[in-house]
Every structure is written in C-alpha cells, then in structure tokens.
Design a protein around this ligand. Structure first.
Ligand code: ZN
Length: 180
C-alpha cells in the first residue's frame, strides 16, 4: 500500500458530548481507537484535524452556534482518543482540514499518498476534507464504521457521495487493520 496517514476529524468534546453533541458519535469511538492503536504499533502517522474557532468572528457560529472555541475544554479531543504527547494536531477554522492550514504541508513532509479519514461528520467536515484531499491528488480510504453524522440518512448519503465523487475506497476499521 502507498504511504498512508490516519486523519481524525473533530472527535472533540463539543462534538461528542458538548454543545454540538451527536449521539451517533459514540458508536465510532472504539472503532477509531482500535485503528489508532494499530497505527501506533505500525508507526503509521496519526493527524488530528480539530475545529478551533475564534469567538465572535467565526462565520460558522451563525449556522451552528458556538462550538470548539479555542482554549476551551470543548475544543479538546475526547479522552478516549487522546493524542500522544507530541502527536500531530492541525487546527482548522472551517469544515475542511486543508483550508488555510498546514495539513497539506505536513502530509507532503511525511511523503503521504493515501489518507484514511475518520471522525465527524460524514457529510460535512469529512466530506470537505475529502474534497480538498482529492483535489491535491491524495487517494482516499474511508472506513464507514469510523465516521458518523447526525442522522443515518446524512451518514449513508455522505458515504455514497464520497465514493461516487472522490472515488474513496469504502471499507471498515477491522478490514483496514488487517491491511495496514
Ligand atoms: Zn466548526
């Protein structure tokens, strides 16, 4: 397999149990954890792509209300998936992990060709990050039990879109663990 990195998108306290709580997010925590444990054993890079909003100015607040405000507890990765000391964390202020961030630079420095996207939400930040990864020539792998959305329909149609429009390989975390 081409050189791969795992990207964990918005598995933050506000998105799982806080101000933008998503009940369905709970279902993917242990799947992502298994994948991250495996990646750590195999020295596969893990990158956390985290919402990190500036209070009052951020345009997203009009749509979603305040969430993942820089410096607050809600903007931290949930304890179950806590990054290792010195792990890669790339903060973002929009849906895409690439928009006005260092993510592409980091991936190029690590010689990454394939990105595995996990986290929240299938049809929002995962989708926009996938778009920017696709535009930059990265191959995409998405485990369908490693991403979630507010509703089953949002999740399913989100997966369908990622597959059709960006040619993402759709798999499961356990299949992926066997391959990586
Ligand atoms: Zn946000």
């Amino acid at each position: 397999m081409q050189k791969v990195a795992i990207i964990v998108i918005d598995m933050l306290k506000d998105f799982v149990t806080g101000s933008l709580k998503c009940d369905r997010a709970v279902r993917i925590i242990s799947n992502i954890k298994n994948l991250l444990d495996h990646a750590r054993n195999k020295n596969i890079p893990i990158i956390f792509s985290n919402d990190h909003h500036i209070p009052t100015v951020d345009k997203e607040f009009k749509l979603w209300g305040p969430h993942a405000v820089a410096g607050t507890e809600g903007a931290r990765v949930i304890d179950e998936l806590k990054p290792n000391e010195g792990g890669y964390i790339i903060n973002k202020r929009r849906y895409s992990g690439f928009f006005e961030t260092d993510l592409d630079l980091l991936l190029r420095e690590l010689d990454i060709e394939t990105v595995v996207l996990t986290g929240l939400h299938t049809n929002i930040c995962v989708r926009h990050t996938a778009a920017d990864a696709f535009f930059r020539g990265y191959k995409l792998i998405i485990p369908e039990d490693g991403v979630e959305a507010f509703t089953e329909e949002d999740h399913k149609s989100g997966i369908d879109y990622l597959k059709k429009i960006y040619g993402a390989e759709i798999t499961t975390t356990s299949e992926l663990i066997q391959k990586l």
